[in-house]
Design a protein around this ligand. Structure first.
Ligand SMILES: Nc1ncnc2c1ncn2[C@@H]1O[C@H](COP(=O)(O)OP(=O)(O)OP(=O)(O)O)[C@@H](O)[C@H]1O
Ligand SMILES: [Mg+2]
Length: 467
C-alpha cells in the first residue's frame, strides 16, 4: 500500500482529498500546518506528498525545498489556486513532480496521482536495474588493453565528469556502444538518477513524438490518459538514444529544437516542460555518411557529435580477444556454468576470426562452446567457427562447419541448449523485475517470441523459489 501525506491549511479541503485517496487505497495522513508536516516527514517516509502552494507560515515551494532536502527522491504534487504557468513551473523547477490547478475534479487529481505512482514505480525499477548493472560494472565491465580502448577509457572518464556534454557513440554492431553509454552514466554525477534508453528503431512510426515527449489526455484517438514521454522520465538523468540514425525527418527536427532549448510540450498540450537531461546517442551506421546521403540533418548531427566516441571493431584490436575470452569464461562460470579453459589452438583460432558481430558474437560463440563441449578444455573444433579469412589450424572437412549447429545436435545437446536458453530468459526476467518488454530487448529477441518461450518453459514469477 502506498502512503500519502496531504498538506493543506484548509481543513475541509484536506479532508476531502484524504477521503478520495483513502478510497483509492492510499494510507493517508493529513496536516494543516506545514511545520508539523515537515517534522513528521523527518521521522517517516512517504511515497507521495500533495501540498498546497499558498499557506500561512511557509509556502509550498519552501516546504518542497525542505522536504526534498530530507528525501531527495520524494514525489510531490503541488496544488495551486493561481494556475499561472510561472508559479507551477517554479515548483517544478524545485523538484515537484507535477501540479494541479484549483479547483480540480476528482478525475484530474487521480490522473495526476496515478502518473506520479507510475513514475515512482519506474524509478524504483530503475534503481533495481542499476544495482544489477552496478554489480556487472564492478566486474570491470569494459575489457580491453589495446591502445584504441585505452584512449576510449580516458574519454569516458573525462566525459562522465562533465555531466551535461552530449556524447555520440559510433561503432559496428556488438562493439559495446550500449555498455559504454551505461558506463558513462554510472560514472557520472547523475548515477542516482534514471538512465532511460530509447531504441529509435523499435518505436512504431506514428508514436514517435508521443514516445519522446509524452501526450495529454485526448491528444489523439486512444489517448485515454496523459502520459509522460522519455524526456520527462529521464529528467535529471541520462537519455540514451540508441540507433539514432533511424529517426525520421520530422522527429529529427523536433529533437533538434529540444536539444537547443531543453524545452518541449507534450503532444496535445500547451504547458512547456523543461528538463535537465544528458543525451547519449548511438548508431552503427556512420552518421556522417547518413548526413551526406541526405538522410540525417546536418545541424542535428553537429548537436549530437559534441563528444564523439568511436568503438573499433574487434578485428582491429585482436590483442583484446584472449582477454575478452577469459572474461566471458569467468563470467559464465560465475553464473553457474562449468569451468572451462581454451586450448592454445583454440585461442589462436579465436584471435584469427573476423567477428562480423564483434564482442557480442565472441560472447555468444563462447557460451555455446561451453554448453556443448565435453571436457574442461575447449578445442578449436568445439568453437564451431569457420573463419573465412583465417587459416584453420586444423584441416577441416570439405563441408564448412555451420555457425549454428542446431540441426546436428544430439538430443542431449539440444536439452543443454534449451536449459541454457531457459536460464538466460530467467536471468533477464529477474534482472528486469519481470518486465517482459525490457527482458526481450535485453535478450535481443522480440516480445512475442519471449512470450512463447515463457509459456513453453512454464516460467512464472511465483515459481522463482524452484528454478
Ligand atoms: N569491451 C567489452 N568488454 C566486455 N564486454 C563487452 C565489451 N564490449 C561489448 N561487450 C559485451 O558485448 C555485448 C554487446 O555489447 P552492446 O550491446 O553494448 O553492443 P552495441 O554496440 O550496443 O551493439 P548493437 O549495435 O548491436 O546494439 C554485451 O553483452 C556487452 O556486455
Ligand atoms: Mg546496442
Amino acid at each position: 500500500m502506498h502512503n500519502v501525506l496531504i498538506i493543506d491549511d484548509e481543513p475541509v479541503q484536506a479532508g476531502i482529498l484524504g477521503e478520495i485517496l483513502a478510497h483509492e487505497g492510499f494510507d493517508v495522513t493529513t496536516h494543516t500546518q506545514p511545520e508539523q508536516a515537515l517534522a513528521l516527514a523527518q521521522r517517516q517516509s512517504f511515497d507521495l506528498v500533495i501540498c498546497d502552494l499558498k499557506m500561512p507560515g511557509m509556502d509550498g515551494v519552501q516546504l518542497l525545498q525542505q522536504l526534498r532536502k530530507i528525501h531527495p527522491d520524494l514525489t510531490v504534487i503541488i496544488m495551486t489556486a493561481y494556475g499561472t504557468i510561472e508559479t507551477a513551473v517554479n515548483a517544478m523547477r524545485h523538484g515537484a513532480f507535477d501540479y494541479v490547478t484549483k479547483p480540480f475534479s476528482k478525475e484530474e487529481l487521480l490522473i495526476t496521482v496515478q502518473r506520479a505512482m507510475k513514475h515512482l514505480e519506474l524509478r524504483r525499477e530503475n534503481v533495481y536495474l542499476r544495482e544489477e548493472l552496478g554489480l556487472r560494472a564492478a566486474a570491470a565491465t569494459l575489457i580491453g588493453r589495446s591502445d584504441s580502448m585505452q584512449r576510449i577509457y580516458r574519454v569516458i572518464a573525462k566525459v562522465a565528469q562533465d555531466d551535461k556534454a552530449t556524447v555520440l557513440i559510433q561503432g559496428e554492431t556488438g562493439t559495446g556502444k550500449e555498455l559504454v553509454a551505461r558506463l558513462i552514466h554510472q560514472m557520472s554525477p547523475r548515477r542516482d538518477e534514471p538512465f532511460i534508453a530509447v531504441n529509435c528503431a523499435a518505436i512504431p512510426e506514428g508514436t514517435m513524438e508521443s514516445e519522446f515527449f509524452g501526450h495529454e489526455k485526448g491528444a489523439f484517438t486512444g489517448a485515454t490518459s496523459a502520459k509522460a514521454g522519455r524526456f520527462e522520465l529521464a529528467d535529471r538523468g541520462t537519455l540514451f538514444l540508441d540507433e539514432v540514425a533511424e529517426l525520421n525527418a520530422e522527429i529529427q527536427g523536433k529533437l533538434l529544437r529540444v536539444l537547443q532549448t531543453r524545452e518541449f510540450e507534450r503532444l496535445g498540450g500547451t504547458r512547456t516542460h523543461r528538463v535537465d537531461v544528458r543525451i547519449i546517442a548511438a548508431t552503427n551506421k556512420p552518421l556522417h555518411d547518413e548526413v551526406r546521403a541526405g538522410r540525417f540533418r546536418e545541424d542535428l548531427f553537429y548537436r549530437l557529435n559534441i563528444v564523439p566516441i568511436t568503438l573499433p571493431p574487434l578485428r582491429e584490436r585482436r590483442e583484446d580477444i584472449p582477454l575478452l575470452a577469459d572474461f566471458f569464461l569467468t563470467k559464465f562460470h560465475s553464473e553457474g556454468k562449468r569451468r572451462v579453459t581454451l586450448s592454445p589452438d583454440a585461442v589462436d583460432l579465436l584471435t584469427q576470426y573476423d567477428y562480423p558481430g564483434n564482442v557480442r558474437e565472441l560472447e555468444n560463440l563462447l557460451e555455446r562452446a561451453v554448453i556443448l563441449s565435453d571436457g574442461s578444455v575447449i578445442t578449436p573444433h568445439e568453437l564451431h567457427i569457420h573463419p573465412v579469412d583465417a587459416q584453420p589450424t586444423e584441416p577441416e572437412s570439405a563441408a564448412p562447419t555451420p555457425p549454428l549447429p542446431h540441426g546436428s545436435l544430439s538430443e542431449i545437446s539440444r536439452q543443454a541448449v534449451e536449459e541454457a536458453e531457459k536460464q538466460a530468459i530467467l536471468d533477464a526476467l529477474r534482472s528486469t523485475a519481470w518486465n517482459r518488454v525490457k527482458a526481450a530487448k535485453m535478450l535481443h529477441i522480440d516480445y512475442k517470441t519471449l512470450r512463447l518461450k515463457i509459456r513453453r518453459y512454464g516460467l512464472l514469477p511465483h515459481r522463482e523459489s524452484t528454478p
